[in-house]
Design a protein around this ligand. Sequence first.
Ligand code: OSB
Ligand code: MG
Length: 384
Amino acid sequence: MKSISIKDIKLYPIALPLVEPLRTSFGMEPYKGAIAIEVVTENGISGWGECSAAPDPGYTGETMGTAHHILHNYMLGLVKGKTITDPREIREILRVIRYHEHAKHGLEAAVWDAFAKANDLRLTDLLASYLPDGHESRGKATVGVSIGLQPTMDDLFAIIDKRVGQGYNRIKLKIKPGQDIDIAKATRNRYPDTMIMLDANSAYTLADADHLAQLDDYDLLMIEQPLSHDDIYEHSKFAKRMKTPICLDESIKNVNDLRLAIEVGAIGILNLKPARVGGFAECLDIYNVCVEHDLPLWVGGMLEVGVGRAANISLASLPAVTMPSDISATDRYFDPDLTEPPFVLGEESTLAVADGIGIGVEVQRDRLEEAVATWEKEKSYQLG
Ligand code: OSB
Ligand code: MG
């Protein structure tokens, strides 16, 4: 493969209004905040990555501010001027910096896109080239939709009706204490044949196990991240008390976390989120461990704009991603998005990989400028 030399890296803090905000057990955002990252090569290729840390530290500890600080002051200097012969080298270069997975992922993703473009490859095929034979891209991802907490059950049903009507065949509902068993029961009664799963975003403790065991009655696909964001041990205790499979999101920050979770029986299904594990090199290692252990996986999302979503679809189209991913069509998130063309839901709840080299979608410079201005106007703090 052709190597690339990195001449310049630009950071664009952006905010885009969300068509439908996502209320979780940790909060709600009317705007999607992110840092769009552009890597420019000596040959004039622009690669794009998305650092999807939120404005607030509710999901992981990172924020747009911490990500901007660490990117600007530490990471860019390590990568600028480097010649890259394999995009997985970025993970090694950034290993001297502890944590900051969202920031690492955004920068690494921009290099993956530039590298794929320099080699005239789709990102999905470049990713597959580092996997064992037989793991070629399927060219599309099976997907579902993530629905936030709603004020009333009627509001929730209105949104689910709309999404099921649009063709999504797997829905994920956010839950928290006080809004859990009733949601599962009412939704299962109303939609007997839809795949339903719940995501607690760490809102419970092991003391809630008896209460949550009631969820076993509703034929749920899985329960995502019921306990603490940094816990594996208690999830292993909890998993033994539930028939419904436990999916881990926040708790798995790297491949070693995954190995531990498998070893102690804390995980039945993995939500693989590139932003949470620090990039695609780590995703590939995790993917291989899932294959080795027959662990079902799907690709999670951070309400990414088109840049990050296109990359996530590229990963989600790989064949060991056997469960529906949390990646929805563009109209669920933004109008308009930062990129063109939009992603449109296809037959059997799928999204096609954008057809073009790299991530396959084009950043619209005028919309980028507008999104930077929106961030400037809406931001509640200075970036570091
Ligand atoms: O827990 O999976 C989550 C969004 C932001 C932070 C955490 C989560 C989510 C989602 C969104 O559920 C899924 C999507 O991008 O559509
Ligand atoms: Mg989650």
